[in-house]
Design a protein around this ligand. Structure first.
Ligand SMILES: NC(=O)c1ccc[n+]([C@@H]2O[C@H](COP(=O)([O-])OP(=O)(O)OC[C@H]3O[C@@H](n4cnc5c(N)ncnc54)[C@H](OP(=O)(O)O)[C@@H]3O)[C@@H](O)[C@H]2O)c1
Length: 347
């Protein structure tokens, strides 16, 4: 492991940890040893960390299906939580190339809600100059999901009519902007409280799902869509199809409905099983964060074609509050955890 000479790495740090699956009461702030980077890994001093529904799933261990994917059957295998981050590299493990101590970076780790986080070097990218780290910390998971949903699963084309359902949240706020940047016409489905945000991000029209269903909107003359990105997961496949032109695409990103075993995956599977028998292309989104896509997303931030719609920044100790707010659906866009206020060069 190599370290810069002018940075002293402490022995202990604050970290948000949990020993049992459960709600936000399971989380606590603890003093834990600062981890050491192994081969191919780096140690990052975390400045800001992002929050998304994936963190909530790992905290609760729900849907139960996810526990089969190596996260721990009875209790979480990893005590730390938090995935998206932006910060400064302070130490490198053996064999890391292309990055050095002092580099300001963003990307993902497995325990980002902490003063320091160890992660594989290939999960990080150099932070572009001039972009605040809170903007970068909000980007990786939600931005990647929006990009993959539109570009890869949805095969979005310029000029298409796109419906983003769940538009006021993390994935949705990026999806509106990425679709607009690709030359699409976007209609957002969200609660009235988030209509202003959706319009400010580029949506041409908004459907408030609490006062009008999708079917009612189509019945009153709203034109059908070429691409429907369903992030909230609450509409039937029949209703989604009725809102999509023949030959159009329906991308099922998830949602929080469904039973305790499958959760939103049940809705996705229903769609996939229906797909061979209908005239729309129905696709289940399974997104992952890839460096090339993070670079594309960061380029949008630099160009100003996308912003991370940060609702609020909270200190590390308030991670449990942040996750409660996320679960209640009360966040317009993204929440960011401000871990440190140290001045950072890339900003
Ligand atoms: N498949 C994948 O690879 C992938 C990747 C990332 C995320 N996801 C999933 O995508 C979902 C959203 O994630 P997120 O991080 O964007 O969550 P989020 O920030 O909580 O956003 C969800 C949004 O949906 C809105 N909403 C709730 N019920 C709705 C309904 N019936 N109709 C329309 N909008 C509704 C909520 O606000 P309002 O009710 O106020 O409008 C909220 O803003 C989660 O289930 C997550 O697990 C899947």
């Amino acid at each position: 492991m190599s370290e810069p000479t002018d940075v002293t790495i402490p022995t202990w740090m604050r970290a948000i940890v949990q020993d049992e699956y459960g709600d936000a009461e399971m989380l606590r702030t603890e003093q834990v040893p600062v981890p050491s980077p192994g081969p191919g890994e780096v140690l990052v001093r975390v400045h800001a960390a992002g929050i998304d529904m994936g963190v909530w799933h790992l905290m609760t261990g729900r849907p139960l299906l996810l526990r089969l994917f190596g996260f721990g059957l009875q209790r979480p295998k990893l005590r730390g939580r938090g995935r998206d981050l932006a910060g400064t590299i302070v130490a490198l493990g053996a064999g890391v190339e292309g990055l050095q101590a002092g580099d300001v970076v963003f990307g993902t780790a497995d325990a980002a809600f902490a003063d320091h986080a160890v992660t594989r070097a290939d999960r990080l990218l150099a932070a572009p100059r001039g972009v605040p780290l809170s903007q970068l910390a909000a980007l990786p998971t939600s931005g990647s999901a929006a990009l993959h949903g539109l570009r890869d699963a949805g095969r979005l084309q310029r000029g298409q009519r796109v419906l983003v359902i769940g538009a006021g949240g993390g994935v949705g706020s990026f999806a509106i902007q990425l679709a607009v940047a690709a030359g699409a016409h976007v209609t957002a489905v969200c609660s009235a409280a988030k209509a202003g945000l959706a319009r400010s991000l580029g949506a041409e029209a908004v459907i408030d799902y609490r006062s009008e269903t999708l079917s009612q909107a189509i019945a009153r003359g709203v034109e059908r869509f070429d691409l429907v990105l369903e992030i909230a997961g609450e509409r039937t496949i029949r209703e989604l199809r009725a809102a999509t032109v023949p030959g159009g695409a329906i991308v099922l990103a998830g949602g929080e409905g469904g039973g305790s075993m499958l959760g939103g995956v049940a809705h996705q599977l229903r769609g996939v099983l229906t797909a061979p028998f209908v005239r729309q292309r129905i696709v289940m989104l399974v997104s992952a964060e890839r460096p090339t896509d993070l670079a594309e997303l960061a380029a949008h931030l630099v160009a100003g074609t996308v912003v991370s719609a940060v609702d609020a920044e909270l200190p590390l100790e308030r991670v449990p509050d942040a996750l409660r707010r996320l679960a209640r659906g009360g966040i317009a866009g993204k929440l960011v955890i401000r871990v440190s206020d140290d001045p950072v060069d890339a900003e």
